[in-house]
Design a protein around this ligand. Sequence first.
Ligand SMILES: C[S@@+](CC[C@H](N)C(=O)[O-])C[C@H]1O[C@@H](n2cnc3c(N)ncnc32)[C@H](O)[C@@H]1O
Length: 252
Amino acid sequence: MVERALSFGSVAEAYERFRPGYPVELLELVTAYAGGPIRTALEIGAGTGKATRLFAQGGIAVTATEPDAAMLAELRKHLPANVTTVQAAFEDLPLDSSYDLVYSAAALHWTNPEGRWARMAALVRPGGVFTSFGVPIQLSDPALKEAVRAARAPYLGYDGVPSPDGTPEDRPMQWPGTELEQSEWFTDVRQAVIERRLTMSADDYIGQLSTVSAYVMLPPADRDEVFRRTLEVLPETVEIDAQITAHLARRH
Ligand SMILES: C[S@@+](CC[C@H](N)C(=O)[O-])C[C@H]1O[C@@H](n2cnc3c(N)ncnc32)[C@H](O)[C@@H]1O
């Protein structure tokens, strides 16, 4: 799992190029939930900085942390002035400062579950906000989704990341909201969805898949074959469901 968690660096440039960024509605959602000014934020697993730029654009002083040197190098190429970067995994962050906001974009599931919420609680100031959000990118058309699944099946089964605590997909509250609700340090747990549909070329869709850990971990020859077979069943442009699911909680 650690190997998979640190697999992104090899595709840092493709990650920056092909993964969709985060919309301003997300910043508005977090700001409205906070109910007061957010001056400082700590970002966990900042990657190439897609969410860093969103929160920095809101005038927040962001400390962006990321363990992977290649991802961090990509992030530093487009760095707003109010962002500080630190090369560190969540588990190694010093607990000597706390922030108005701590957030993690598509990265929390890679952190060690042991002691996760105690560490998080130490990093969020009392009354401050924690948020985690992710974007499972899916083809909108169910028939196309099935065709793509069948095309990759000989090489790769499930290409997502299973729920870290095994919460079934039909439950109203998903992970990490489930864990936050159980946590003694956080309250007012909410789950919010920002609907988003994108259109992209089949080539860009494959480019985006090339940054997804399940594909990054395949032997290169198998990966090429999966992408070749997938391209064969795709039309020139595809519709993507890229809705953002965010979990928000307030530190006691
Ligand atoms: C899917 S990428 C998300 C990057 C970025 N936050 C975004 O939304 O585009 C996951 C990131 O988590 C980082 N990561 C993996 N293990 C981590 C850990 N233990 N602590 C912090 N970040 C971690 C990876 O290096 C990678 O950059």
